[in-house]
Design a protein around this ligand. Structure first.
Ligand SMILES: NC(=O)c1ccc[n+]([C@@H]2O[C@H](COP(=O)([O-])OP(=O)(O)OC[C@H]3O[C@@H](n4cnc5c(N)ncnc54)[C@H](O)[C@@H]3O)[C@@H](O)[C@H]2O)c1
Length: 229
């Protein structure tokens, strides 16, 4: 009865870039602070503690005439089945009629939003001259946190990566991180070469795994955690 758009993961990946996402997430935080947006109570359910859970986050963006929800499930065993741990769906509706406007795949949006949120935290809470970023957890979210933080913090020289469960995974993460970051920068290669070149310099830094979380914490200017613990 109501026409609405459906955007799959590939379309979202083509449409959404990190710099835009940071701007939009910051705008949403401001709208919330100015009471131009409201959140509805969150629904959280653990199917199996530490292994599988889901949450529904929802709210209204007054002024934009929309309300919506995002249902995100996190199934920790999924990677062993070659599936992503986080699976999400976003539904956006018209707040004047209640009619649906669109349904979107939520995985990429979730990773982008969460990376953007971490970097906004760093932008406002960390020292401008911060040089050492510590990433705790070396899973899927890590690359999004790093690229967003490097966009907001221009003096980062080293990213230390800690994984409590597997040093090897942190090591592998560090070896492959630049390719992932380049992937997240790809949209700018044709759209904004100056920004792309600037970001190429920012990712040309040291990525180092560590087993010593105490020392890494003491040396860190910014700590971002991306773990289920
Ligand atoms: N708040 C949000 O909006 C939001 C959005 C996305 C993801 N998340 C959460 O972020 C977490 C990470 O997401 P992901 O996609 O990277 O998951 P992931 O499973 O890909 O990676 C998690 C990593 O953390 C490591 N780890 C587990 N316990 C640890 C500990 N105590 N110390 C250090 N490392 C530890 C794991 O070995 C793994 O490498 C998930 O729990 C997810 O629910 C939150």
């Amino acid at each position: 009865m109501f026409p609405f758009r459906i955007l799959n993961q590939e379309q979202i990946q083509d449409l959404l870039d990190m710099r835009t996402t940071i701007g939009l997430v910051e705008k949403a935080y401001k709208l919330k602070a100015e009471e131009d947006a409201s959140l509805f109570p969150m629904v959280f359910h653990e199917f199996e503690p530490g292994k599988a859970d889901m949450d529904i986050k929802s709210g209204e963006l007054t002024g934009a005439n929309i309300f919506g929800l995002k249902l995100v499930s996190w199934f920790g065993d999924n990677p062993s089945k070659s599936l992503p741990a986080v699976v999400g769906t976003v539904l956006v509706l018209d707040s004047r009629t209640g009619a649906p406007l669109g349904i979107m795949s939520g995985e990429h949006i979730t990773m982008m939003r969460t990376g953007a949120a971490g970097s906004i935290g760093a932008k406002y809470l960390a020292r401008k001259d911060s040089e050492n970023l510590l990433l705790v957890g070396s899973g899927h979210l890590g690359a999004f946190q790093i690229i967003a933080t490097l966009m907001n913090m221009e003096n980062i020289k080293k990213v230390t990566v800690y994984n409590a469960l597997s040093f090897d995974q942190a090591n592998e993460f560090c070896k492959s991180i630049k390719d992932k970051l380049l992937g997240l920068l790809a949209p700018y290669k044709s759209q904004d070469k100056e920004f792309y070149d600037q970001m190429l310099k920012r990712i040309d830094i040291v990525f180092e795994p560590t087993q010593d979380i105490q020392q890494a914490t003491e040396q860190a200017d910014i700590i971002i955690t991306a773990t289920p613990s």
